[in-house]
Write a protein that binds this ligand. Structure first.
Ligand code: SF4
Length: 398
């Protein structure tokens, strides 16, 4: 089976899964180094300029609320309530330059600007679907790497689909991101930054968020969970947990860890094949966590959280769309509170083909007749190849 072009973001297809210097305005040449940081998981980087001086740079969105209060009190000698004000500017008013935070003293604005790099990533490319308004953005990160995110519009609701890694190590055979390898994890701030930058871009708040873009969120658990907590925090973005969904390709320890942490968000699992032999070929992660272990973890998750789990299944003609696959899938889902989203393969390539509508409907009927809730998801952003990894590839960034 040849590697192909589509994949990644569940929004449209498959996975259903500041450093100012590097961003053009700062003349410093950069050598990026991740360093221990006094703010827990928050990252800091150093920029080395040609004359040898070192400028420490941190990223505002990497801080949680307590870290903001500590920073205000202990480093800046300010009252802790300044953290409320700064977070209000960034997360609620979408002001991403400290000089615009007019209820802070000039001195505090200067200190903050000197402490942090750019707050959100810079958009380098955006494509908008003429068919359904789906928008796809490519963001440049402080070290020159790039990630994609997708905005879906449906029934008056906006849903953002964002990335958690640059590239992906899981190598699903149908996915452009997976086929181009893994570069690095995103920090908490780089994950949240995509969402806030999209809200700024849209000049309005976005109702729902799915972690389904480039990468596997459960292989970047610390940053992913911190991003969720920051987005939920009432003094930060105050986004309801039920408005967030994480999609995994089937990382069993991650599912169990999410059940333990129980942040209240929804879980989606990309299955795409009901038998190990086929799933091994489509999604190499299955060789490590076969279907029996995966479904055991999903059941444990459900026992702990009581939540219904979404099952993502992308249908490829003649590969995984047979009646027998549907019957085996139904058997595996028996007794589980689940909801199956069926997605038709929608990219043009040599290796996979889109199944006919009749065939997709037949697959759904087999599930429904066995008591499994299933729906055929409408395709979105077909004309802009909204599945993740493709814009980045076209722009020559991989
Ligand atoms: S390779 Fe990674 S990003 Fe692509 S579908 Fe698989 S898990 Fe998702």
């Amino acid at each position: 089976m040849k590697p192909v072009r589509s994949g990644g973001c569940g929004a449209a297809g498959a996975h259903l899964h500041g450093m100012q210097g590097a961003r053009g305005s700062n003349p410093l040449t950069s050598t990026r180094k991740t360093e221990a940081c006094p703010f827990g998981q928050a990252f800091s980087f150093s920029l080395y300029n040609p004359t040898g001086g070192v400028i420490r740079m941190r990223f505002a969105l990497d801080l949680d609320f307590e870290e903001w209060r500590t920073l205000c009190r202990e480093e800046w000698g300010e009252a802790p309530f300044r953290a409320d004000q700064i977070c209000g500017w960034i997360y609620a008013r979408r002001v991403f330059a400290f000089e615009g935070m007019t209820n802070l003293s000039l001195d505090l604005r200067r200190k903050a600007a000197e402490t942090f790099g750019e707050i959100v990533p810079r958009e380098v490319k955006r494509e908008i679907s003429r068919k359904d308004g789906t928008e796809k953005s490519l963001w440049s990160l402080h070290d020159g790497q790039s990630v994609e995110s997708v905005l879906l519009l449906q029934d008056g609701r906006r849903t953002a689909c964002i990335s958690t890694q640059v590239g992906c190590p899981l190598g699903c055979t149908f996915c452009a991101t997976g086929q181009s390898g893994f570069v690095r994890n995103l920090s908490c701030g780089e994950i949240v930054g995509q969402f806030l930058a999209m809200e700024k871009q849209q000049e309005t708040s976005i109702d729902n968020l799915v972690f389904m873009g480039m990468g596997e969120p459960f292989l970047n658990m610390g940053a992913f969970l911190k991003a969720v907590e920051n987005l939920k925090h009432p003094k930060m973005r105050n986004l309801g947990a039920r408005r967030m969904t994480v999609s995994t390709a089937g990382i069993v320890p991650g599912i169990l860890a999410l059940a333990e942490a129980n942040p209240g968000i929804r879980l989606a699992v990309s299955i795409h094949a009901a038998e190990d032999e086929l799933r091994d070929r489509l999604m190499p992660v299955n060789r490590r966590y076969p279907l029996s272990e995966l479904f055991a973890a999903i059941r444990t998750y459900q026992e702990k959280t009581g939540d219904r789990v979404s099952i993502e299944y992308m249908l490829m003609e003649g590969v995984n769309d047979s009646r027998s696959q549907a019957m085996i899938l139904a058997d595996r889902l028996k007794g589980l509170k689940s909801y199956v989203n069926l997605i038709s393969w929608n990219a043009t390539c040599d290796s996979f083909r889109k199944p006919s509508r009749e065939r997709v409907e037949q697959f759904r009927q087999v599930l429904v007749s066995r008591g499994i809730e299933a729906e055929v998801r409408r395709e979105r952003g077909e004309d802009i190849a909204a599945a993740c990894g493709q814009l980045r590839k076209r722009e020559g960034r991989i």
